[in-house]
Write a protein that binds this ligand. Structure first.
Ligand SMILES: [Zn+2]
Length: 314
């Protein structure tokens, strides 16, 4: 019997791991944190349809830094559009107009300008000025003035409280999470999660959460079952043209949403109440993906958080 030496064995192991990781592609979905919105989260999401330009987009991560124009369809909300474009909910007021009052209710045929995911949308508080915001976000005053969407004339403008300012390239502030009471359940099966998530899939994490990928990617063989991370209601089950491919989104009824992308098969229907651990789909490589994996996002009141901070340790 031949023995394999230690160093050749290491080389073999490393090259097998490398080819596995390279073979399992990544896909990104992303955005930028901050502030709040007063929107109810518990409703069904319509399937957002996109312009031909959006559909020909090739690179999911490049999409995060692009500006898109989107015409609102009946039933759309800031959250439904944020989910489809992989943007933070907090960024979405800056897809409307600088002086739009809250709560923001979209009108059909309204055209949204979806800002890049790295931008921040700031709601002006009393006493804030262009200068103070520039200092707060570590950007030059000229950067705020140069953003035509902001509609600012000079740096000594005292800003109107409640208006929105779009800040690109600034460092983000600690997010503010607004909590709403969990609705009183009225019937079983139980559509509410308890916030204690389980792993949707056991596999190798091929991409962690970062500012450029606010999700985790878990690689596993094609067709491996994916389960609901907590109890909840299916608010989206279908095809997404922004790179997610076959997609399921679950509203856990407690300000958390989870998103499962690149599926090869969807095993639930819109409106289904699912229990934690129930199979909702199978691992695939649909959308912008170069190998079978699950792209898994958790939103905490619209904000994309690191799933590893909420999943049990493995
Ligand atoms: Zn991903």
């Amino acid at each position: 019997m031949r023995k394999i030496g230690f160093r050749p064995a290491c080389i073999i192991i490393i090259s097998v791991l490398f080819s596995f990781i390279v073979g399992n592609g990544y896909a990104a979905a992303d955005a930028s944190p901050s502030v709040s919105s007063t929107q109810p989260l518990h409703f069904y999401l319509p399937a957002v349809t996109f312009s031909p330009e959006a559909q020909t987009m090739l690179d999911e991560s490049a999409a995060q830094e692009r500006v898109f124009y989107y015409t609102v369809q009946p039933g759309d909300t800031l959250l439904s559009v944020a989910l489809e474009f992989g943007r933070e909910l907090s960024l979405m007021p800056c897809a409307t107009s600088p002086f739009r009052p809250e709560p923001i209710v979209l009108q059909p045929e309204e055209v949204l300008r979806i800002p890049p995911a790295s931008a921040t949308c700031h709601r002006v508080q009393a006493g804030e000025t262009v200068r103070s915001l520039a200092a707060q976000y570590h950007v030059p005053v000229t950067a705020l003035l140069a953003e035509t969407w902001n509609n600012l004339a000079s740096d000594d403008i005292s800003l109107w409280p409640g208006r929105w300012i779009l800040i690109e390239g600034g460092s983000t502030l600690p997010p503010v999470t607004v909590r709403y009471p969990t609705p009183t359940p009225t019937s079983s099966p139980w559509p509410y999660g308890d916030g204690k998530f389980i792993w949707p899939l056991h596999g190798i994490i091929t991409q962690h959460w970062s500012l450029h990928h606010r999700a985790i990617d878990i690689a596993a063989p094609l067709g491996t079952p994916i389960v609901a991370a907590d109890n909840g209601k299916v608010i989206r089950a279908g095809w997404n043209t922004q790179g997610y491919g076959w997609l399921v989104i679950i509203d856990h009824g407690n300000d958390y949403l989870t998103l499962y992308a690149h599926l090869s098969s969807i095993e639930v229907n819109l409106g289904d109440v699912v229990r934690q651990g129930q199979v909702i789909g199978l691992v695939g490589s649909t959308g912008h993906s170069t190998g079978p994996h699950l792209h898994f996002e958790i939103r905490d009141f619209g904000r994309l958080v690191d799933p590893l901070s909420l999943l049990p340790q493995r």
